[in-house]
Each structure stands twice: as C-alpha cells, then as structure tokens.
Design a protein around this ligand. Sequence first.
Ligand code: GLP
Length: 227
Amino acid sequence: MKVYILKEKDINKRVAGRFIRLINKKENPVIGLATGSTPEGVYNELIKAFKKGIVSFKNTISFNLDEYLDLKDEKYSYRSFMNEKLINHIDIKQSFMPTDNYDDLIKAKGGIDIQLLGIGRDGHIAFNEPGTDFDSLTHIANIAEMTRIDNQRFFENGDKVPERAITMGLKTIMHSKRIILIAFGKNKADAVAKMINGPIHKSCPASILQKHPHVEIFIDEDAASLL
Ligand code: GLP
C-alpha cells in the first residue's frame, strides 16, 4: 500500500493524471468508477482534460462499483449521478452499472485496469459493509444504518436512502489490476487508520486492500490524522 498525504486539489489532479496516462497508453482501457462526494473533483479534472483535447475516452469502458435498488425516483440513482458528474460530458465508449453476471462481463472486457474507490465511515468500500465476506463477488447487499444516514444528504423531500443495493463484491474489487482509494476529512480518519494499520478483518472491509499488490491511498491531512 502506498500512502500519499496531500491537499485535496493536488490529489484530484494526480489521480486524474493516473487515469489519463492509462487511457492514452492502452488500446482498450477499462476503468472502475465510484460515486459519492469524494471522486467529484477527479471527474471535474477528467472533464477539463477531455475538453482541452488532452484525453479521449472513445476506446474506454467504465464499470461502476454499485447501484441502489428499490429507488422511488431514478434521479437518485448512481446512474443519474454518474451521467451528470462525468459520463454526459465525455466521449466514453460504454459505461456499465452493476447487473447480473457483472463479474463475467468485467472479465470478458479484459478486467479493470484501475479501480477508483472512496471509503465509508464504517470502513465500507462500494456497498460492502462490515461483515461482508472477503470472497464476495457482485451481489445484493443491505446498506448499513450509518451509511444510510451519511447518504441521506443526496435525497430530497423526505425520500429515504434505500435499504438495498447491488454492489461489486470485495473479491471483484480485489481482481482489479490497480486500485486508487481517496479519502478527505476528519470523519474518515478512523476508517482510514483501520484500513491501513488495522488487522485484516471483516469489521473493516477496506482492510482487505492491504493484500492487493498495487494500491495507492490518497488522503488529505484530516483523513490522515489518526495514522
Ligand atoms: C457510498 C458509496 C461508496 C462511497 C462512500 C463514501 O455509500 N457506496 O462507494 O465510497 O459512500 O461516500 P462519500 O465520498 O460521499 O463520502
């Protein structure tokens, strides 16, 4: 695990740079994308680079980590979020959200070259909440209460965060060739410390990343404050 402690805007630039280099080098790049507030800055950098002609996504395929189930309104879906924050602004070839046989589909497309991740306050990655099996592939998961509270800010007019989602499993994520995890802010510090220094244990799903051969963790000083 390589850990970089930097300012948020430098993290966004560096991480976007990693994706741009991959996309400019590889014939058929496959990228793994995440939702949440954390990756928005990276997506803005990617859009800027595309508009300047520094990168084209015309041969790139993306796979998102997770998607809500049982939504009352499509506007809350991670599909809508991704379209608004990135996909509608670039020339990407194909962009997938989790479905049945997602692991087979990812494999058929050559596997994920770089997977982008955020982390939840309870140490979740994608919607793999504490207790999730390290051997899990894409599956339907229950969203933990803490996560539902944290994600409530994206919902309006009394609409509630769903209780279920479809998510890449921990093994799906570990199959990625490279992983980049980003975290900002003091409220992530505890999860970040457990992920990096804690035992590899189901109580902190992100701790499994210690076993991956090519992981980079980009955090700001607040998220690094308990290291
Ligand atoms: C959500 C997503 C995760 C994301 C996490 C952190 O529940 N399923 O993939 O990493 O929460 O979100 P944020 O970046 O908004 O803090």
